[in-house]
Design a protein around this ligand. Structure first.
Ligand code: FES
Length: 219
């Protein structure tokens, strides 16, 4: 595991400058720590608390509440499979079972060599392209059991895998760094909303529909 360094601390301090109150930087700071260590360690919580003038108990409360923070090493790739209602109706459970069998891992477990972390995830607002899978939080839309296992196989062979929305998959720690510093130049990666995502808007325009005016202040 990589060590947290003076440079890490300096980057944490840099993140606090974005907010009127430095404690507001806790979430990007935890993502930054995870980008360095592949998990949230007690050492990271201590450094985070020092930078933010919080107690370690307060940092621990946040790190244990949000499921994107892990307290065991994630490995090279985080695999999320949505099994919420719309994805489940269109085969999300079958996708999950196939990937679970391929990895020999269940929910919030890693495969035997610690390369892949598997997680049943909640709705990712990708219901138009269900069943949805994420690899290091990049979308793989409209998956089948076979296509999802193929993604795992190609990643395991070290091949380049490209999200169905454009960006090339990097790895979990690289994504965590982007979550801490989203202005890394990658914001323009990927395509725009497609016709399926905009179907409701298209119908509304065709029918001349619009939202009712907002109520007046104090009404
Ligand atoms: S239910 Fe799976 S993305 Fe919404």
């Amino acid at each position: 595991m990589s060590e947290l360094t003076a440079e890490t601390r300096a980057h944490m301090v840099e993140l606090t400058h974005r907010y009127p109150e430095k404690r507001s930087a806790i979430m990007p700071i935890l993502h930054l720590a995870q980008s360095v260590q592949d998990e949230i360690t007690p050492e990271a919580m201590q450094m985070c608390a020092e930078v933010l003038d919080l107690t370690t108990a307060e940092v621990n409360a946040v790190a244990t509440f949000y499921t994107m923070y892990k307290r065991r090493p994630v490995g090279k790739h985080h695999i999320g499979i949505c099994t919420n209602t719309l994805c489940a109706l269109l085969g999300g459970d079958a996708v999950y079972e196939a990937v679970s069998e391929r990895l020999g891992a269940g929910h919030n477990e890693t495969d035997v060599d610690g390369t892949f972390w598997l997680e049943r995830i909640e709705c990712q607002a990708a219901c138009t392209h269900a069943p949805a899978m994420t690899v290091d939080w990049e979308f793989m839309d409209c998956q089948t059991p076979a296509s999802a296992v193929d993604v795992i196989d190609r990643l395991a062979r070290g091949e380049t895998v490209v999200s169905t929305r454009g960006p090339a998959i990097r790895d979990f720690q690289a994504t965590e760094h982007t979550l801490a510093f989203p202005d890394d130049g990658l914001a323009g990666e990927g395509g725009e909303a497609d016709a399926i995502m905009c179907a409701g808007l298209t119908v509304a325009k065709e029918r001349g529909m619009s939202a009712p005016p907002a109520p007046a202040q104090g009404a």
